[in-house]
Design a binder for this molecule. Structure first.
Ligand code: NAP
Length: 527
């Protein structure tokens, strides 16, 4: 749908607001189907914009210490907090999310920024990061080597996914800006309004130097072509687009550093010794239901595959289904609604097609669809109710270990031995997170050791942390986010580790006196 009379989102590039000259793409309310705004960047001088960010924004940021940049992040937090109501309104209208799901994105982003503001404050007046101690190079103790990290003199281009228009920007921008690297964000078009509005508020508040933060809405055409050797690109989205990014000449030929966060078939694993109705059993059931329904399952970290001892298969299916049956679905403006819509009708079609593919190998154990939506027209709204699928033969299954359905959908599978459970989980070929539900610390330790190499995060839920655990799918800034293999092979967050992506490591070989002077400018740092 293209509706030229809806407002066009201005892009912020080269330190000024610029409107595209094309018709653009119309962003829709996924519940009501009504047009909201248009995104377009036709005619923008991308080369000028990237050069401005690199030269003006980069120089201004690098002129500051880590502590000063951390204070800037704290100022951004204040701006965003002052405008939260507007962000919630946009999320309801453009993402179709209920308030608590909007919070995961909006407050999650602000929290992450605040975390990096605090962490950066501790780096104080330093201008570079010291990697380990100096090392003697030979017999003469006067000539030594010191490894240092210095911020890269390029821009950070973020190409983001539709499901986290706020958090997706700030979880990347916080470490980039703290490092002294200017940011250009290209949000996914379908939900670019919230990203654009947040950037607009921060730019208008004047808390960042010109060129430090730019936003380009609409088409991605030509963006990768702008990248030069010291730039970095951080991509979040589908494996298919990730392949295009990876093979672009900027990455393949000009060695532009590239971080990829792609899709993932995350798992939940119930201890073989668990019993029906026991603590581990109940913890798994609650967490699976939460993961399937938060943001309508549109989280890259959501649980997609559930592995339980064969004897508990039917009981787990029954318990999950009973809880899912209480999920009211529909218009997020109605307070009785627990789960809003998917982000678009295209995603709706994609999720239904994905369920059909999974059903070639799985039975339906619970399906909340078919009833009426609350305050929403099923022919218009992108609402899909939760669906739990299951198979008795997890080993023979292929599609179930390969296809990520980006919605409120998960598949239950039984295992016959601990070793088989780990093998089945690894058939996801690298995931963002696996969660383990057990009352036994030894089993948790064994599972962690078995699964850590194929997962960015192993999240263990035992009764003693039942109320304090942070959630299988919640990405916390102090903990690593990313995963090997099909999850993209990227790494984000993990506290100050995230700064590594925006810095270059170099070995400085010099006299002790020169290294003393260098070390005085830095702060010890460990990746
Ligand atoms: P997508 O279609 O790959 O789009 C992601 C971004 O790439 C969008 O901004 C898109 O712009 C842009 N894009 C599309 N084609 C491009 C090209 N040829 N060159 C450069 N950029 C291009 O993915 P999506 O459907 O938005 O996101 C859903 C997927 O993301 C899911 O598979 C999910 O698992 C994954 N995801 C992963 C994480 C993680 O942290 N690992 C987090 C969230 C989501 P347009 O919107 O304008 O097309």
């Amino acid at each position: 749908m293209n509706t030229p009379d809806t407002p066009l989102l201005p892009n912020h590039l080269a330190g000024r607001w610029q409107t595209g000259t094309g018709r653009g793409q119309t962003l829709l309310d996924p519940v009501l189907g009504t047009p909201l705004v248009r995104a377009d960047n036709t005619g923008l001088d991308l080369a000028e914009g990237f050069a401005f960010a690199r030269e003006q924004g980069g120089a201004a940021l690098r002129a500051l210490s880590y502590g000063e940049r951390a204070a800037m992040l704290a100022a951004v937090v204040k701006v965003l907090q002052a405008n939260r109501d507007a962000y919630y309104d946009i999320a309801t209208r453009n993402s179709g999310t209920v308030t608590k799901d909007s919070a995961v994105d909006i407050d999650g982003g602000i929290f992450t920024l605040g975390y990096y503001a605090k962490q950066g404050e501790a780096l104080g007046e330093a201008r570079c990061l010291l990697d380990g101690d100096r090392i003697r190079m030979g017999k003469d103790p006067l000539f030594q080597t010191q490894h240092v990290f210095t911020p890269t003199r390029g821009v950070a281009l973020f190409i983001n996914a539709f499901n986290f228009p706020s958090w997706g920007l700030w979880e990347k921008a916080a470490p980039a800006l703290l490092s002294g690297v200017p940011v250009i964000v290209k949000p996914a078009t379908a939900t670019s309004w919230l990203t654009q509005r947040m950037v607009a508020d921060v730019v208008e508040a004047g808390v960042l130097p010109p060129g430090a933060l730019s936003v380009i809405c609409g088409s991605s055409a030509g963006l990768m072509d702008q990248l030069q050797p010291f730039d970095v690109v951080s991509f979040t989205g589908s494996a298919e687009t990730a392949r295009i990014i990876r093979s672009h000449p900027a990455v393949a030929q000009r060695s532009v550093r590239c971080n990829i966060e792609a899709d993932s078939l995350n798992s939940a694993l119930l201890d073989p010794a668990a019993t029906e109705g026991g603590e581990a059993f109940n913890l798994l059931v609650s967490e699976v239901v939460r993961e399937m329904t938060v943001k309508s399952g549109q989280k890259c970290t959501a649980i997609r595959r559930i592995f339980v001892p064969r004897a508990l298969y039917a009981a787990v299916a029954q318990a999950i289904g009973a809880k899912l049956a209480r999920t009211s679905v529909g218009n997020p403006r109605n307070e009785s609604v627990r789960m809003g819509s998917l982000v678009s009708r295209e995603q709706y079609d994609g999720v239904l097609a994905g369920i059909a593919r999974l059903r070639t190998e799985a039975d339906v154990l619970f399906d909340g669809n078919g009833g009426t939506l609350v305050d929403a027209d099923a022919a218009v709204a992108a609402c899909v109710a939760p669906v739990l699928l299951g198979t008795q033969d997890a080993v023979a299954a292929r599609v179930l270990h390969e296809v990520e359905v980006f919605g409120p959908v998960a598949t239950l599978m039984p295992y016959d031995s601990e070793a088989q459970a780990f093998d089945l989980i690894r058939r996801g070929e690298g995931s963002l997170v696996a969660s383990v539900y057990s009352e036994n610390p030894d089993f948790i330790a064994r599972a962690a050791a078995e699964l850590a190499d194929s997962h960015g995060r192993v999240h263990a839920i035992s009764p003693d942390v039942a109320t304090s655990q942070s959630g299988h799918g919640n990405v916390m800034p102090m903990s690593l986010h990313g995963g090997p293999g099909r999850a993209g092979g990227g790494e984000e967050l993990g506290g100050l580790r995230a700064l590594g992506f925006y810095h270059r490591r170099s070995a400085v070989q010099a006299s002790s006196a020169a290294l003393d002077a260098l070390v005085a400018r830095g702060v010890p740092f460990k990746l």
